[in-house]
Design a protein around this ligand. Structure first.
Ligand SMILES: O=C(O)CCC(=O)C(=O)O
Length: 298
């Protein structure tokens, strides 16, 4: 029997169980229409500015790291307006992320991916390709953020296949409807439990689903799921913000402790500073005494 695939819902328990079972889920109506419009306008302005000033990152060409396509990435959204920072205060989404990684999490990247007409399909990949294997497959996942020096859970010994636990959750905020035409994210449902990295030819096209849903939906994906941007074969620009979280023991994609404006640091609350990496974790990430909790530039 084909499993029922996730559909957008506002029922948080269903969202969480979809994420656990299929490796992706849709939180419907995560953003209201005014907020979507504000974010989209700001994003379009930033994209235009970065193109005009020659600092735009273009991808969506052939290959995972191809920088020769028509799609546009915008990195460092944390530093590009309070509206983008507000997304990190989304209670429902943050609650779901923490329910998977644990209470202690880091913001790994806060970026946008605009898939434009002609943009090629992105190579399927996972967002935690660097993760050392393994724990047990069907056992409850070990929460990376709940591991501490005096609590390092053993992998359950009864399960025959071992896979790595989830160390990353990526939130894809849809600022327009995600459709087959405009490059909705491609996912292989259930691939988060394969314990394998996708290799060329390692999947059948019939196994790939496109995560189509209305604007305002938050698509959350497990860091182990095989996925990639779809090809934009026509229609509007596919505007999306991608917010990636990881466990506190992993390296963030964006170096926020270096890049955050010194004046802004003083205005941020403790939760946000912790997300950025300004709070040491079990003595890691510190710049002075092992028991110093906060790491500040001065
Ligand atoms: O934009 C998307 O649909 C997915 C992007 C992606 O897979 C990535 O940035 O790793």
């Amino acid at each position: 029997m084909t499993p029922t695939l996730p559909e957008p819902t506002t029922d948080i328990e269903v969202v969480k169980s979809d994420l656990a079972e299929h490796g992706f889920c849709f939180l419907a109506d995560a953003l209201d229409s005014q907020y979507i419009e504000d974010l989209s306008n700001d994003l379009r302005d930033i994209c235009a500015f970065e193109r005009e000033t020659g600092i735009a990152q273009l991808d969506g060409g052939k290959g995972l790291l191809a920088h020769d396509g028509v799609n546009q990435r915008v990195w460092g959204l944390f530093h590009k307006g309070a509206k983008f920072r507000e997304l990190l205060k989304h209670e429902a989404v943050m609650g779901i992320v923490r329910s998977v990684i644990g209470d202690s999490i880091l913001l790994s990247a806060h970026a946008a991916n605009i898939a434009k007409e002609g943009g090629a399909e992105m190579q399927l990949h996972t967002d935690q390709w660097w993760m050392p294997q393994p724990v047990a497959d069907s056992a409850p996942s070990i929460m990376a953020g709940d591991i501490s020096r005096n609590h390092v859970p053993d992998a359950p010994s009864s399960t025959p296949i071992s896979i790595a636990p989830t160390a990353v959750v990526n939130v894809i905020w849809m600022l327009v409807d995600f459709t087959r035409e405009n490059g909705a994210t491609r996912v292989v449902p259930g691939s988060h439990r394969l314990g394998k990295y996708p290799r060329e030819g390692g999947w059948k096209e019939s196994e790939v689903q496109q995560a189509c849903a209305p604007a305002g939906t938050a698509l959350l994906i497990d860091g182990r799921i095989w996925h990639g941007t779809g090809a934009n074969i026509g229609g509007e620009e596919r505007l999306a913000v991608l917010t990636t979280f990881c466990g506190p023991q992993f390296r963030q994609q964006e170096n926020f402790t270096l890049s955050t404006d010194r004046k802004l640091i003083k205005e941020l609350d403790a939760d946000t500073l912790e997300l950025l990496g300004f709070r040491a974790w079990n003595g890691y990430g510190r710049s002075s005494h092992p028991t110093d909790e906060w790491v500040m530039p001065e």
